[in-house]
Design a protein around this ligand. Structure first.
Ligand code: MN3
Length: 241
């Protein structure tokens, strides 16, 4: 992506990438906010808060998006305030090159930048009228990497279940092969040079109101809202990098 212009990136990756690009605000708004070149904003959901019910309830979606994700956006903006040397980078670049972020700022960028990136991805890969099985090249890649879709689901679920405490389960593209892994807190696979294709938030805030301590029930229900078209688009985007 480094060789692409911002315009190309936006055209290629669409609106969700626009929301992830630091400073991706209209030129007029940018001029008005010239003293805040790094401002990021909360991305709008492509569906209503109640659209994923009963699998993910309306109140959970509302709180998760409007409060938890907003807090990561605010935290990232606060961390980067006045950091002009970091302002020209996309969030993806910042996370990929996290060791170049000054040490005093690094953990805040990991927590809030990772939080912003991870949640933006999460909303993108879910939707109503979703679930089922993928098709096309992502389906072939999953079969090739894990043997079958069912074997992939089992291994992904296992990664989510064995993540102790708060974190994420991931399907990532590592170089040219798919891998399953999990991370703690808001750590993003980009920090290990791996591109997130699909991720599941297993922090309790993501499921507690409906499922309480029953993480397995949440994971099982979540497969019904995975938007495989969006996942396939992320895979195609990752293969081009
Ligand atoms: Mn969350």
């Amino acid at each position: 992506m480094a060789t692409m212009t911002r315009r190309q990136v936006l055209q290629t990756a669409g609106a969700s990438a626009a929301a992830l690009a630091l400073g991706a605000v209209p030129a007029t708004a940018r001029a008005a906010a010239a003293d805040k070149p790094t401002d990021v904003t909360l991305p709008k959901l492509a569906y209503a808060y109640d659209a994923l019910a009963p699998h993910i309830d309306e109140r959970t979606m509302n709180i998760h998006h409007s409060r938890h994700h907003q807090a990561y956006v605010d935290g990232l903006n606060a961390a980067l305030k006045g950091q002009k040397e970091l302002a020209g980078q996309s969030l993806e670049q910042l996370l990929r090159n996290i060791k170049k972020v000054p040490q005093a700022l690094r953990q805040r960028v990991i927590n809030h930048g990772g939080g912003h990136y991870n949640h933006s991805m999460f909303w993108e890969i879910m939707g109503p009228k979703a679930g089922g099985k993928p098709g096309g090249s992502i389906a072939k890649a999953i079969e090739s990497a894990f043997g079958s879709f069912n074997a992939f689901q089992k291994q992904f679920t296992e990664a989510c279940m064995t993540r102790f405490g708060s974190g994420w389960g991931w399907l990532v593209l590592a170089k040219d092969r798919l891998e399953i892994l999990s991370t703690a807190n808001q750590d993003c696979p980009l920090m290990e040079g791996k591109f997130p294709i699909l991720g599941l938030d297993v922090w309790e805030h993501a499921y507690y109101l409906t499922y309480q301590n029953r993480r397995p029930a949440y994971i099982e229900a979540w497969w019904n809202v995975v938007n495989w078209t969006a996942v396939g688009q992320r895979y195609a985007q990752a293969m081009k990098k």
